[in-house]
Write a protein of this length. Structure first.
Length: 493
C-alpha cells in the first residue's frame, strides 16, 4: 500500500513537471511562431514572388546545413546529463563542441550555395544568413541544457523576444522599403542579440564563459564523441531535411512561385506542430526516467495517454486546415499565392501522422533503440527524395512533393508500430484503431465538404470528435481506477 502511494506520488510529480514545462514551451513557441509568421507574411506582401522565393531558398540552404551542424548531439546530451555526475564538465565540453561545429559548417554552407546556385543574389543571402549556423548551434545547445534541467521557461522567455524583434524588423518595411540583403542583415543582428540574452539569462546556474574557456576538447575527444553517437547525427538532421529538401528540389525542378507556395504552407504547418514538438521534447526525459527505473507500466500508460491526445489534435488540425485554408492564406499572405491553398491541404495529410511519429521516435530512442530509429529515418528519407525526383520527372506538379512526404511518413509510422508491438509497448488493436480514425477523417472531409459549408462541417465534426474522445477517456479512467482499487485490495490482504 505504501509502495503504491509512493509510486503514484512520483508519477503525479512527473506529470506536474511535464505539464508545467510543456505549458511554458507551448505558450512561448506559439507567440514566437506567430511573430515569425507575421514577419514572413509582411515579407511575402512587400517583395515580389521571385525575390521572396530567393530569400526562402537562402533560408533553406542554411537550415539544412544547420541540421547537420549540431551533429544531432542534443538527444545524446539529455540522456547523458541524467546519469553523468560531472555535469558542469559535460556541459562545458558540449557547448564548446557545438560552437566549433557551427563555425565549420558555416563554411560548408558557403561552398554548397556556390555549387548549387549560380544566382548571385542567392549566394550573397546564403553568406549572410549562413552565419545563423554559428549562433543557432550555441543557442540550441543552451536550449538542450534547459530541457535536461527542466528549465524550459528560461528558453521560452528569450525566444518570445527573438520572435517579436524579427516581426519589428519586418514592420520596418512599412516605413521604408529595403532589399532582401538588408533584411537578412537585420535578422542576423537580432540573432546576435538573442544569443547574448541566452548567455546572460539562459541556464545561468550551469553555464559560464569561464567554464567554456577552460573546457579542454581534443581532436580524439571529438572523434570518439561523434563516432560513438553518429546515429544521433542522422536522427537529429533528418527531421529538418525532411521538409527543407523539398524546397531545394522545387527550386531546381519547378517555377520559383512554387517555392513560395510550399514555404507558406509549411509556415502554417509549423504553427500547428508547436504543441506536439514542445510536448515531446518535455516528455522525452520522462520516458528515459521510466525506462531507467524499469517502470514499464508507467512508460506504457504515459505513452498511451499522449498518443491519444496527439491523435485528436492531429485530426482537428487537419480538418481545420482542410476547411479554412482558402480563407486563412489569402488573409495572412495576400492574394498573390493561390497555389498555397491547395498545397496546404495536401501538406496537412502528413500532419495526421506527424505528432505520433515524433512521439514514437522519442520513445524508441528513450529505450535505447536509437540505431534502429536512425535506419527508419534514413529509409523514410530515401522514400521521400526518390518519390519527389521520380514523380517530378513525370509530372511537374507541387502535389508530387507533398504526397511523397506523406507516403514516407506513413511508412515510417508503420515501421515504428511494428517495433513497438514487438516490444509490447502497444497493441495491434490500438494500431488499427488509429489508422481507421485517420481514413474516416480523410473520407469525411472529401465527402461532406462537397455538400455542406466549411463552417458547419468543422463545427459538427469537431463536436462529434471531442464528445467521442471524452467518452473514451472517461472509460479508460474508469478501467484504471478499477484496476487500482483491485491492486490496493490485493496489497492490503
Amino acid at each position: 500500500m505504501i509502495f503504491t502511494n509512493s509510486r503514484n506520488k512520483k508519477y503525479k510529480a512527473l506529470q506536474s513537471t511535464f505539464v508545467k514545462n510543456s505549458a511554458w514551451g507551448i505558450a512561448s513557441n506559439i507567440l514566437q511562431i506567430l511573430f515569425v509568421c507575421g514577419f514572413f507574411a509582411i515579407v511575402a506582401r512587400k517583395f515580389n514572388s521571385s525575390d521572396f522565393a530567393r530569400f526562402l531558398i537562402s533560408n533553406t540552404v542554411y537550415q539544412i546545413i544547420a541540421a547537420f551542424s549540431s551533429m544531432g548531439l542534443g538527444q545524446w546530451f539529455i540522456r547523458q546529463y541524467v546519469i553523468d555526475e560531472e555535469k558542469l564538465t559535460l556541459t562545458s565540453k558540449f557547448m564548446k563542441t557545438q560552437i566549433g561545429l557551427g563555425m565549420l559548417f558555416y563554411l560548408v554552407n558557403i561552398v554548397l550555395a556556390y555549387l548549387i546556385y549560380p544566382d548571385t543574389q542567392i549566394r550573397v543571402l546564403c553568406i549572410i544568413l549562413g552565419t545563423n549556423i554559428i549562433f543557432d548551434n550555441f543557442i540550441n545547445a543552451i536550449k538542450t541544457l534547459n530541457i535536461a534541467e527542466n528549465e524550459q521557461q528560461k528558453s521560452a522567455k528569450i525566444l518570445v523576444i527573438d520572435g517579436f524583434l524579427k516581426l519589428v524588423v519586418g514592420c520596418l518595411l512599412f516605413i521604408h522599403p529595403f532589399s532582401t540583403v538588408m533584411l537578412s542583415v537585420g535578422m542576423i543582428a537580432i540573432r546576435m542579440m538573442t544569443l547574448s540574452l541566452f548567455i546572460k539569462l539562459g541556464s545561468a546556474n550551469s553555464l559560464s564563459l569561464g567554464s567554456l574557456w577552460r573546457a579542454s576538447i581534443s581532436y580524439n575527444d571529438l572523434k570518439v564523441l561523434i563516432i560513438k553517437n553518429w546515429q544521433f547525427i542522422v536522427i537529429g538532421s533528418i527531421s529538418i531535411i525532411y521538409w527543407k529538401i523539398g524546397n531545394i528540389i522545387i527550386s531546381k525542378m519547378l517555377p520559383l512561385s512554387n517555392v513560395a507556395d510550399y514555404e507558406i504552407s509549411f509556415r502554417i504547418f509549423s504553427v500547428l506542430q508547436i504543441l506536439p514538438v514542445v510536448a515531446s521534447a518535455t516528455i522525452y526525459p520522462q520516458f528515459i526516467k521510466f525506462f531507467n527505473e524499469n517502470n514499464i507500466n508507467g512508460l506504457k500508460q504515459l505513452y498511451k495517454n499522449i498518443f491519444f491526445a496527439y491523435t485528436v489534435f492531429a485530426i482537428l488540425s487537419y480538418v481545420f486546415m482542410y476547411s479554412f485554408s482558402d480563407v486563412l492564406i489569402p488573409l495572412a499572405f495576400g492574394k498573390g499565392y493561390p497555389g498555397a491553398v491547395t498545397c496546404s491541404q495536401q501538406m496537412f495529410l502528413t500532419f495526421l501522422l506527424m505528432p505520433t511519429v515524433l512521439l514514437q521516435a522519442n520513445l524508441i530512442v528513450a529505450i535505447k533503440l536509437e540505431k534502429l530509429d536512425m535506419w527508419l529515418n534514413i529509409f523514410s528519407l530515401i522514400i521521400n527524395v526518390a518519390g519527389c525526383l521520380i514523380g517530378l520527372s513525370l509530372v511537374k506538379d507541387l502535389a508530387v512533393v507533398n504526397y511523397s512526404v506523406f507516403v514516407s511518413f506513413l511508412v515510417f509510422h508503420i515501421l515504428q508500430d511494428i517495433i513497438l508491438i514487438r516490444r509490447k509497448l502497444m497493441t495491434l488493436t490500438h494500431c488499427l484503431f488509429f489508422y481507421s480514425a485517420l481514413v474516416l477523417t480523410i473520407l469525411a472531409c472529401q465527402h461532406f465538404m462537397a455538400v455542406v459549408s466549411s463552417v458547419i462541417f468543422f463545427v459538427c465534426f469537431s463536436a462529434i470528435l471531442l464528445l467521442s474522445s471524452a467518452l473514451i477517456f472517461m472509460n479508460q479512467r474508469r478501467k484504471l481506477s478499477t484496476a487500482g482499487s483491485f491492486n490496493t485490495a490485493v496489497t492490503d490482504k
